[in-house]
Design a protein around this ligand. Structure first.
Ligand code: PAF
Length: 279
């Protein structure tokens, strides 16, 4: 796997893939890679496809009091993992390459960005939509792969790709989980042993709630029960909510695909998870 840090070198490498008749798929990441990212690379690998991964810890998607400075950075380990996963090219831009002096453009996606993480983390999805738009224009992939764990992010990306006519197939890859069910996340390393044990309450509470909602039980009382369970396990809740799986509007119709979404803090660590409601 080659690593490129310069935009011209990236464009030359990607042009060479295309000239050889290969399609190009992109897996955008912020590094600190784990099995969830490997699943994205695996999903992207297809005959006739070259897989480009990017690693860029995007400062514009972190709020002033968030973990940008302590976000895990493990370049050598990440490169090894991408190599082993069969990635073809790594795009490793600097902050100056992505946001040169005078940079003044923001991609803002209304509606789907507004609630949940968008409400708790103002500006977060503007940062995501802007950097992902740039990555799309830099790499010009035919397909891009994102984890369903960041479900609202996936919905935001699908929205702007449709609205701005990016000819890119956006593929959502199911959340990868540890054996006990906790969704894999680069932030799980912030949990101490006791918090890690308690954190499994999040996927368990969502699973119980999703089954109850699918059976037709009263949504508000099911959500309240899930909140009570999470507080009992030591979480501070940000939100536990049922939303339309596409628009993320709350109070979705029962005949629409629906998604149960949650964010909660275990100590200082904010965890998110989500689950589909079976139709
Ligand atoms: O999910 C992530 O790792 C990031 O939000 C992304 C999509 C790479 C944009 O910085």
């Amino acid at each position: 796997m080659d690593t490129v840090r310069d935009l011209n070198a990236l464009r030359e490498s990607v042009a060479a893939f295309r000239a050889a008749g290969q399609r190009v798929a992109l897996v955008p990441t912020m590094g600190a890679l784990h099995a969830g990212h490997v699943a994205l690379i695996e999903a992207a690998k297809r005959p006739g496809t070259k897989v480009v991964a990017s690693i860029f810890v995007n400062p514009t998607q972190f709020g002033p009091n968030e973990d940008l400075s302590r976000y895990p950075r493990r370049e050598m380990a990440d490169i090894r993992m991408l190599n082993e996963a069969g990635c073809d090219l790594l795009w490793l831009p600097s902050v100056e390459t992505m946001y040169p002096d005078g940079f003044a453009t923001t991609v803002h996606v209304s509606g789907v960005s507004d609630g949940f993480d968008g409400a708790s983390r103002p500006g977060h999805f503007d940062g995501v939509a802007t950097v992902v738009s740039k990555l799309f224009n830099q790499v010009e992939p035919v397909a891009a792969y994102f984890g369903e764990k960041d479900y609202q992010q996936l919905a935001v990306i699908r929205r702007f790709v449709a609205d701005l006519d990016f000819a890119i197939d956006i593929v959502g890859v199911p959340t990868q989980r540890d054996d006990d069910g906790l969704a894999m996340s680069s932030r799980n390393i912030y949990l101490d042993d006791e918090q890690r044990k308690q954190a499994v309450a999040l996927p368990r509470a969502l699973g119980v709630a999703a089954r109850a909602i699918a059976k037709g039980e009263d949504v508000e009382s099911v959500l309240d029960d899930a909140r009570t369970t999470l507080v009992g396990a030591g979480f501070t809740i940000d939100y536990v909510a049922l939303a339309d799986a596409e628009t993320l509007a709350e109070n979705p119709a029962v005949d629409r695909p629906r998604r149960l979404l949650a964010a909660a803090r275990m100590g200082a660590t904010r965890l998110i998870d989500n689950i589909a409601i079976e139709l």
